[in-house]
Design a protein around this ligand. Structure first.
Ligand code: AMP
Ligand code: MG
Length: 697
C-alpha cells in the first residue's frame, strides 16, 4: 500500500526536554509499516529524535524498504522572505544557513530567539518574527504582533491558506505557534537530507527516492483525531492516525497528493494532503464502511452460513500493532510472520549420553581408542582425532570428526578404549543441524494467537520480540428498564442482569480487552449518550436486549436513526433478530436479550467477527461427531443449537429448550448443532457436538 513500506510521522517540539513519563508537547513519532500502524514512540528531546531518525533512515534503506518521513512544521517561509536573508530563493540556502546558526542541547536549551533577532535585523520596522518567552529580552523581537506590516511578503504561505492552518511561521511563542518549531526543526532536516538516498518533497524529485521527507500538518485529519483521542495524549493520537492514514492510501492516491501542490511550493514548500482532508480522515479511521452490515434486498430469513459468510467478507482488522518482548506476548495475536534467526538445533548434537566417533559400523565387535576429555552441552565443538571415540553427553554439539554416537549402555569401557557391538548406522543417536527448523523458516504466522509452545519455538530460534496486534477493545452493555445488578434489592418486576457478566466473561475468554459499559434504560437519549462516550475507547460494542423491532427496542431504533443498521433475521434457534450497525465508525452487535439466545449468538456470530476485527482471522469452532444420547424431532428451516454435554462418549441435551433457562447454559459444556433440514434424531444417531472450549481459541 501507499508506495512506501514504512511511514514515519513526527510531531516536532521546540520545547525544553520533556519529562520521563510520556506527556504532551514532547516529540512523538508515529510509525506504520506495511499498512499497519504501531505504537508511537516518545522522544524526550530533539537530539534523541534526530539520532533515531538517522538510524531509521539507515536501517530501512539497508533493508531495501522505502520510507516517507513527515514533520509537522513548515519546510519553508512565504515567498520572498528567504531572499531577504540569503539573497536567493533557494530554500536550501536558508536551511543551510539556519543549520550553521542554531544551537541545541540535550536539555533543550537553545539560541532560537537570538537567531530570530538577527534575522529581524534584515528588515526595516518591527518583525517579521514576533513573540518571545521573556518580555525584556531580545529587544529586536516584538513581544506582540501589533504594528508588524507584512508588506514585502505574506504572513502565511499559500499552503497554510489552502489547509486552513491558522498559525504563522513568524510567530515564535504563544499557542498556536509553529515559528519556533521551524527554527529548531530545519537544522535537523538539513542534516538528514545530506544522507544519500534522501529527497525533500516538494523541492526535489521524490518519485524514485528511497527516503522522502515531507511536511505534514495533523490539522488535516482533525475529525479523526477528535473521535479517537479520549483519554489518550493528543500528539500520540495525531502521529498514529497520520501514519495510519498515509499508510493505508493506495500508491496512486498518495502520489496524487504529492503531485497536488500550488505553484508556490517550489519556494514555500507545501503541506502533504492539504485539500485532501476527507480522504485522509477516511483512511485514518477504522477501515469499516458504514454500510458494512447491509443485507441483500428481498431476503426474508438469512441462512446461518450465509450470515457468517457476509460477516467474514465485510469485516477487516481494526487494531494497530506494537512490539512486545516474548515475556509479554502470550495470548496476543501475531501481526506479522516471525522467522527463525537461527536454526534449531543450531549445530549437529548428540541425542543421548554415549560415545561419539566417525562413520557407522557393520555387525561384529568394534574397539576404539578413547580421546581425552569429553563434550557436554554448551561446550564449543572441538576436533576428534581419526579412529578415536569421545565421551559425549546429551545436547553436546558434535566435535569435528564425530557424526555417530553409540549409547553408553551399549559400550564396555576398558581403560583407554571402548568396545561395542555393531551394527551402528552412520548418524545414529545424533540430531542434524536445522532438522527441526532451518534459519529463515517461519516460526509464527501472522494472525496466530501466541501459545506457550510458540514462545518456546520463538525463543529457541532466537526471536526476542514479536510484533503483535493491539488488543481489541470490546464494550459490553445491557439494555432494559427491568434490569438491576445483583447485590441490589430488586423491586417486583425487576430482574437481575445476567447477560453483562456472561458477555464480559466470554469476551475475556476470547482474549480481548473488555470495557464494561454498564446498563442502559429503555431510553434512546441515554443510550445515545452511552454510545457517544464509548466510541473513543472501544473497537466494538456488544449490546444485549432491545434489538428487535418492537416499541421498546431502542438499540435497533437508534442504530436505524444513524442510518447504518440492518436487522439480520437469521434462520437460527435460539435467536431473535440481530441488530448490526455502525456508530461513528464503531461496529455495534445488538444481541437478543434472552440469555440463551445472547450466548448462542455471541458464540456463533460475534466471536468469529471479533476474531477477524482483532487480526486473528475468521475462526470456525472445532466440532466432533458423536452419538446422540437423546431423541428429538426437528422441523425444517432453522439451524438449531441445543445446550449439551458429553457423557460416556454421547451427547446429552438439556431437558428444556426455553430461551430464558440460564441454568441450562451453566449445565451445558457445549452445543449440539443441528443443520437446517427436518430431522428425526434417535438415540445413537450421529450429531455434531461443539465443546465450549472450541470457542475459546
Ligand atoms: P429484549 O430483547 O430486550 O426484548 O429482551 C428479551 C428478554 O430477555 C426479556 O425477557 C428480558 O427481560 C430479557 N433480558 C434482556 N436483557 C437481559 C439481561 N441483561 N439479563 C437477563 N435477562 C435479560
Ligand atoms: Mg428489553
Amino acid at each position: 500500500m501507499s508506495g512506501f513500506d514504512t511511514i514515519v510521522m513526527v510531531d516536532w517540539s521546540a520545547g525544553k526536554r520533556a519529562p520521563v513519563r510520556p506527556s504532551k508537547d514532547a516529540i512523538w513519532i508515529g510509525i506504520c509499516r506495511n499498512g499497519m500502524s504501531e505504537d508511537p514512540l516518545y522522544m524526550r528531546n530533539r537530539i534523541d529524535a534526530e539520532s533515531w531518525l538517522a538510524q531509521c533512515i539507515e536501517d530501512e534503506q539497508n533493508a531495501g524498504r522505502r520510507v516517507l518521513i513527515g514533520f509537522d512544521f513548515p519546510f519553508g517561509y512565504p515567498a520572498g522572505f528567504t531572499r531577504k536573508i540569503t539573497g536567493r530563493d533557494d530554500p536550501f540556502a536558508f536551511w543551510s544557513l539556519l543549520e550553521s546558526q542554531i544551537e541545541d542541547s540535550v536539555e533543550g536549551t537553545n539560541n532560537r530567539f537570538d537567531v530570530a533577532e538577527t534575522m529581524n535585523a534584515f528588515f526595516d520596522g518591527p518583525g517579521p518574527f514576533w513573540g518571545k518567552s521573556h518580555k525584556d529580552l531580545w529587544p529586536g523581537i516584538p513581544y506582540v504582533k501589533k504594528g508588524i506590516a507584512y508588506s514585502d511578503f505574506a504572513e502565511r504561505r499559500a499552503c497554510d491558506l489552502k489547509a486552513k492552518a491558522s498559525s504563522s511561521c513568524f510567530q515564535l511563542y504563544y499557542n498556536p505557534t509553529v515559528g519556533s518549531q521551524v527554527l529548531m526543526g530545519i537544522p535537523v532536516l538539513e542534516r538528514l537530507r545530506r544522507t544519500p538516498g534522501v529527497a525533500v518533497w516538494p523541492f526535489q524529485p521524490w518519485r524514485k527516492a528511497p527516503v522522502v521527507l515531507a511536511e505534514i500538518w495533523p490539522g488535516v485529519i482533525e475529525p479523526a483525531v477528535k473521535q479517537a483521542t479520549g483519554d489518550d495524549i493528543r500528539d500520540r493520537v495525531q502521529v498514529r492516525l497520520m501514519a495510519q492514514a498515509l499508510g493505508a492510501l493506495a500508491p496512486d492516491r498518495l502520489a496524487a497528493m504529492l503531485d497536488n501542490t500550488g505553484p508556490e511550493a517550489a519556494a514555500e514548500a507545501w503541506i502533504l494532503g492539504a485539500g485532501h482532508g476527507d480522504e485522509l480522515v477516511a483512511a485514518a479511521v477504522p477501515p469499516l464502511r458504514n454500510d458494512c452490515f447491509a443485507l441483500p434486498p428481498g431476503v426474508h430469513w438469512t441462512p446461518t452460513a450465509e450470515a457468517l459468510a457476509l460477516l467474514e467478507t465485510r469485516l477487516t482488522p481494526v487494531t494497530g500493532t506494537e512490539t512486545l518482548p516474548l515475556a509479554e506476548a502470550l495470548g496476543r495475536i501475531a501481526a506479522q510472520d516471525a522467522t527463525a534467526r537461527r536454526a534449531n538445533p543450531p549445530l549437529p548434537n548428540t541425542a543421548v549420553d554415549g560415545y561419539g566417533f566417525a562413520g557407522g559400523r557393520p555387525a561384529g565387535t568394534h574397539a576404539l581408542t578413547l580421546a581425552q576429555g569429553r563434550a557436554a552441552a554448551g561446550d564449543a565443538p572441538g576436533v576428534l582425532p581419526k579412529d578415536h571415540a569421545l565421551r559425549v553427553l546429551t545436547g553436546a554439539a558434535l566435535p569435528q570428526g564425530v557424526d555417530t554416537v553409540v549409547l553408553q549402555e551399549d559400550v564396555t569401557r576398558d581403560g583407554g578404549s571402548i568396545r561395542f557391538a555393531g551394527p551402528v548406522k552412520t548418524g545414529a543417536n545424533t540430531r542434524q543441524a536445522g532438522e527441526d527448523i532451518k534459519e529463515g523458516q517461519i516460526t509464527l504466522e501472522a494472525g496466530r494467537r501466541i501459545t506457550a509452545a510458540d514462545l518456546a519455538l520463538l525463543s529457541a530460534t532466537g526471536t526476542a520480540d514479536v510484533v503483535v496486534r493491539q488488543p481489541l477493545r470490546v464494550g459490553v452493555l445491557s439494555t432494559g428498564d427491568e434490569l438491576v445488578d445483583a447485590g441490589i434489592p430488586a423491586s417486583p418486576g425487576q430482574i437481575y442482569d445476567a447477560n453483562r457478566p456472561m458477555l464480559l466473561g466470554l469476551v475475556k475468554q476470547f482474549g480481548h480487552t473488555v470495557v464494561d459499559l454498564g446498563r442502559a434504560p429503555d431510553d434512546r437519549t441515554a443510550l445515545r449518550a452511552i454510545f457517544d462516550d464509548a466510541v473513543p475507547s472501544v473497537d466494538l460494542i456488544l449490546t444485549s436486549g432491545g434489538a428487535s423491532a418492537g416499541d421498546e427496542d431502542h438499540v435497533s431504533a437508534l442504530l436505524n436513526e444513524a442510518g447504518a443498521m440492518a436487522l439480520w433475521r437469521i434462520a437460527i434457534k435460539p435467536g431473535r433478530p440481530l441488530a448490526l450497525g455502525m456508530w461513528q465508525g464503531v461496529p455495534v452487535f445488538g444481541l437478543p436479550g434472552n440469555p440463551v439466545a445472547a450466548m448462542v449468538c455471541t458464540l456463533i456470530f460475534a466471536r468469529p467477527a471479533m476474531s477477524l476485527l482483532a487480526g486473528a482471522g475468521w475462526q470456525t469452532p472445532q466440532g466432533f461427531v458423536v452419538p446422540a444420547a437423546f431423541s428429538k424431532t426437528k422441523k425444517a428451516g432453522r439451524r438449531e443449537y441445543l445446550r449439551a454435554r458429553l457423557r460416556e462418549g454421547a451427547a446429552e441435551v438439556f431437558a428444556s429448550e426455553g430461551s430464558g433457562r440460564i441454568s441450562g447454559l451453566s449445565w451445558a459444556e457445549g452445543l449440539v448443532e443441528l443443520s437446517e433440514p427436518a430431522q428425526d434424531i434417535r438415540h445413537g444417531d450421529p450429531v455434531r457436538f461443539i465443546p465450549f472450549g472450541s470457542f475459546c481459541v
